[in-house]
Every structure is written in C-alpha cells, then in structure tokens.
Ligand binder design. Structure first.
Ligand code: HEC
Length: 176
C-alpha cells in the first residue's frame, strides 16, 4: 500500500503542464496590472545608494599622492593593459597595432601632454572611439597609477638636462 502515495505523486507531478522554460513571470520593461504604475521595472526605494558606484566615484575623485610605489604599480598595470596597443614607449605602435588595430595617438602629442588628468581617467573609464572601456579591467585606484606613469613617460621626453639631479647629469654628460 506504500506504492499508492508514490503513484499519486507521480501522476500529480506529470500532470503539471508547465515547463521550466515557459513560466508566467514578467520580463524587464513589461507591464503588470498588479504593480504600482503597472511597471515591472520599479524604481529603487527612496534613499537607495549604489554602493559600488559611489566607491568608484570617490576613488576617481581623489588624486593620490605621487610616490615611487604608485609609479611602479602604474608601470606594471600600463604594460599589462595599455602597452599592447600604446606600446611600452607610449608612441602608439604596440604589437596589436602592428597587426592591424587602429593606431592610437602618441601620448607625446601636445594635445595629450596638455590634456587634464580627468581626460585620461575618462578615456580609461568610458573608452574613447575605437578604444573600449577599461572600467571592468582596471580598478579606479589603478587608473590613477597608470595615469601617473603616463605623466612620467611624457615628462621623460621634455625634461631639461639642468633639471636632472647632479649624479644623473654627470652620467648624461659622460663625466665620471
Ligand atoms: C586594444 C588596443 C588599446 C588598448 C589595449 C588601449 N588603448 Fe587607448 N586607444 C586605442 C585607440 C585605437 C585609441 C584611439 C581611439 C580613437 O581615436 O578612436 C586610443 C586612445 C587613447 C587615448 C587618447 C584619447 C584622445 O584624446 O585622443 C588615451 C589617453 C588612451 N587611449 C589611454 C589608454 C590607456 C591608459 C590604456 C590602458 C588602460 C589604453 N589606452 C589601452 C587603443 C587601445
């Protein structure tokens, strides 16, 4: 007699005509009479805060102090994420470009030397023309580190010999 409930359950279960792939639920942007304003996409309750976005915004709004550690981190992240196209020199003729990807501008163009920090952060965050966004690959703090390294690259092309520390200048001028 123990088989009766099992049989009953089997009959009931197979009689259920609904398939998992076809459910009476609603998709985004559809309407539903039972919901306020008939909107399936309900606005978040008042006072809701998108935590991750705020943290990212804050990190992007705060300029970190320039340190050797920041530069080293920036160089590492730059060489991983940007150099394949922009080249380790910043000239824009990286390996992917040599294989046919559009040529990015050189970081040494006067327009980019003069461009504010915000422009570089925006390009990394949102992408620019043929270049896609790096928001998902490079954390906000690392975007600052990369920018610091790009600034160092730019400076390396136009520093006057007189501005070098004595030992480096001596090296440059070939004296012992
Ligand atoms: C897959 C190749 C590729 C990679 C990787 C790449 N870029 Fe670019 N980048 C481009 C191209 C192509 C352009 C030119 C886009 C255009 O003008 O349509 C560009 C343009 C730029 C510009 C100039 C925008 C302007 O005002 O003209 C900056 C700054 C820049 N990239 C920064 C970066 C940084 C920083 C990284 C690494 C986080 C990076 N890019 C990674 C391809 C790349």
């Amino acid at each position: 007699m123990r088989a009766v409930p099992v049989l009953l359950a089997l009959i009931l279960l197979t009689a259920c005509g609904q398939r998992m792939t076809e459910q009476p639920n609603r998709r985004a942007f559809e309407t539903d009479e039972r919901l306020p304003d008939r909107r399936v996409n309900q606005p978040p309750p008042d006072g809701s805060v998108a935590r991750d976005e705020l943290a990212a915004e804050q990190a992007l709004a705060t300029r970190p102090r320039m340190t050797a550690a920041l530069l080293a981190r920036g160089r590492e992240r730059f060489e991983i994420n940007c150099a394949p196209c922009h080249a380790r020199t910043g000239e824009g003729d990286g390996m992917i470009v040599q294989r046919g990807f559009p040529h990015p501008p050189s970081y040494f163009e006067q327009r980019l030397v003069d461009a504010p920090d915000r422009h570089f952060l925006d390009v990394m965050t949102n992408g620019y023309g043929a270049m896609y966004s790096y928001a998902a690959r490079v954390a906000p703090a690392d975007r600052w580190a990369i920018l610091a390294y790009i600034r160092a690259l730019q400076l390396s092309r136009r520093v006057a010999a007189a501005d070098l520390p004595n030992d480096l200048r001596a090296k440059l001028e070939g004296s012992p």
